[in-house]
Write a protein that binds this ligand. Structure first.
Ligand code: FES
Length: 578
């Protein structure tokens, strides 16, 4: 039935479906042909799966059918056969209780869809926060030739002549309303200009960070991170990715040849240089776990420690992704930190990361600063240790207040996010700006899904004094668009019996970011007594995916993947269905 194309010397995986001259081959081809496909598409050419997270419930990815069309153009041009397929789409702005709960579900969906279908290579269409790690994780466990294409950021938000950034301004405006500096009518009218084009959040939040991780890991084409979603060049990039994936299949350039330890180390350094999201930590740990590469929190601290932040983008700075693109984008940042990266790390276009970036030109030094005169001295992620977080906790120095980086304060404890909401603005709450806000039971098992609630808004009575930051500690995450002196991902989490569960109102806590220390100033004897009295945590989730998740999710310091999903199974061809 099938004849291999001239270029294709080895039989591809898809031929075990489409190349058979029996009833099974008949079935596989015949039903596909109801889509108007001629017989020659089954001739042994590479079948490219286009893994699409399009969903109208995920507005950041709502333009992805169009992106897929451009990928298809490139695949057809190079003699491949593109087939688009949907997977679970994790929309950050909509999903409850949190999109992170479903990252691993989407990753399972991706992995099983790739393995069960006749694919020789995959293009991952990623955008909104969790879609990027979910697709990379699932694809990593399959290890086919793979390219990721990000959907691109929205255009800059606009309100009353000013640029406004996704999320970052939402938190700021919310604080201004509480402080009496903005009316609720003004707040509502800002909403319309906040998200005014297709694309994902245009701050250097988690989506833009993860798009930058795609590029710095070598999993995307140069400029993947920054081209706005509505810029024609985003569609050119998608087209070129379609061309390139066919070449990658011919060369058998699998994901495992790209995602080496060097590439992860480069990405961690780039995260420091862009002032990237704390969420990148948990996602890269999970992706590395799929690849069998032992990246740890200590690698994050060690590799990020001497990397200054070069990028003046919200939430750490002033500008937005559109400005970043016009300034030259991520290749400029990578060129600037050239002496800190592994220059020979391979990327999907067959060139090294350094070859892709060494000639990048900066067009706006207000947006991308040079290494010798950085935007902020301390980029990277600080990993804290101590009796409050034996498994580690993290803080983003570039988004924190220098005056709070060393702080001793009295704990004001919230036993749940509902408890926080109920009491934070109670005038009787005994709290001032010197206190440390502690939030429990918001980790992977506790929430479940480790929601982005760690950047608790300050009490109104503190905001009204003009105070904008306090130390906050939790086992939760925070939005990549958020800022503040916020200690996150405390491990083990309270619900898993971590020491966070034992903190009480009035305890003194010491934070020393420079010394990498987070200490609960309570004696070991007293903590032992409290542990004895601790009643444990009972999840209300007794069935379905939430139960599977709570039973199997790993702690934050291990990437919060499900324990049975770590590692990979490749893409063996499974037994026939009939
Ligand atoms: Fe989708 Fe921010 S809500 S990227």
């Amino acid at each position: 039935m099938a004849t291999r194309t001239n270029k294709q010397k080895r039989e591809l995986r898809s031929q075990q479906w489409f190349g058979k001259a029996d009833k099974d081959g008949f079935a596989h081809r015949s039903w596909m042909r109801n889509q108007g496909l001629p017989s020659h598409v089954f001739d042994g050419r590479p079948v490219i799966g286009i893994c699409n997270t399009w969903s109208e419930f995920n507005p950041c990815n709502a333009h992805f059918r169009r992106i897929a069309d451009y990928v298809k153009r490139g695949v057809w041009e190079m003699g491949g056969f593109p087939v688009e397929f949907p997977v679970f789409s994790t929309g950050e702005a909509i999903l409850r209780p949190t999109a992170m709960l479903f990252r691993n579900l989407a990753a399972m969906d991706v992995e099983e869809a790739i393995r069960a279908n006749p694919m020789d290579g995959v293009v991952l269409l990623v955008g909104c926060d969790k879609t990027t790690p979910a697709l990379l994780m699932g694809a990593a466990s399959c290890d086919l030739p793979t390219i990721a294409v990000s959907g691109g950021p929205m255009l800059n938000g606009k309100y009353e002549g000013q640029d406004i950034g996704s999320g970052t301004q939402t938190w700021k405006f919310d604080a201004m309303v509480k402080a009496g500096e903005m009316t609720i009518e003004e707040f509502m009218s800002a909403e319309a200009g906040n998200s005014r084009s297709s694309g994902h959040c245009m701050t250097m939040g988690t989506a833009s960070t993860m798009a930058s991780m795609v590029e710095s890991l070598g999993m995307g084409l140069p400029m993947n991170a920054a081209i706005p979603a509505v810029d024609a060049r985003r569609y050119v990039l998608a087209h070129m990715a379609g061309r390139r994936i066919v070449e990658m299949v011919h060369a058998n350039l699998r994901m495992s040849k790209i995602l080496t330890r060097k590439n992860f180390e480069n990405a961690i350094r780039v995260n420091g240089a862009i002032g990237g999201s704390t969420n990148a930590v948990i996602h890269l740990l999970a992706i590395a776990g799929r690849m069998g590469i032992d990246i740890t929190l200590d690698d994050w601290d060690r590799l990020g420690q001497n990397v200054p932040c070069l990028v003046n983008l919200m939430p750490s700075g002033k500008y937005l992704m559109e400005d970043f693109y016009y300034a030259g984008g991520l290749p400029v940042v990578i060129r600037e930190i050239g002496r800190l990266i592994h220059k020979n790390a391979l990327t999907v276009n067959g060139k090294t990361l350094w070859e892709n970036c060494k000639d990048a030109v900066c067009y706006n030094r207000k947006v991308i600063f040079p290494l010798k005169k950085p935007f902020k001295r301390q980029g990277g992620i600080a990993v804290l240790r101590g009796n409050l977080c034996p498994g580690g906790a993290i803080l983003k120095p570039s988004a924190a207040s220098p005056s709070l980086m060393r702080h001793r304060g009295r704990a004001v404890v919230f036993e749940s996010i509902e408890d926080y909401h109920a009491r934070i603005d109670d005038p009787k709450l005994d709290i001032d700006e010197t206190c440390i806000m502690v939030l429990k039971y918001c980790g992977p098992k506790g929430y479940p899904g480790m929601a982005e609630v760690g950047n608790m808004a300050l009490p109104t009575k503190v905001l009204k004094k003009g105070i904008t930051d306090m130390v906050r500690i939790s086992d939760a995450r925070m939005s990549g668009t958020a800022y503040g002196t916020v200690v996150l991902h405390a491990a083990p989490e309270a619900a898993a019996g971590g020491p966070l569960a034992l903190v009480r109102n009035g305890d003194m806590i010491e934070l020393d970011v420079h010394g990498r220390r987070l200490h609960l100033d309570v004696s070991d004897d007293e903590l032992a007594k409290r542990r004895k009295a601790w009643k444990g945590f009972k999840t209300p989730h007794k069935r379905g995916y939430a139960k599977l998740y709570v039973d199997h999710v790993l702690q934050a310091d291990k990437g919060a993947d499900l324990d049975f999903l770590v590692g990979k199974s490749g893409t063996p061809v499974l037994r026939e269905s009939h």
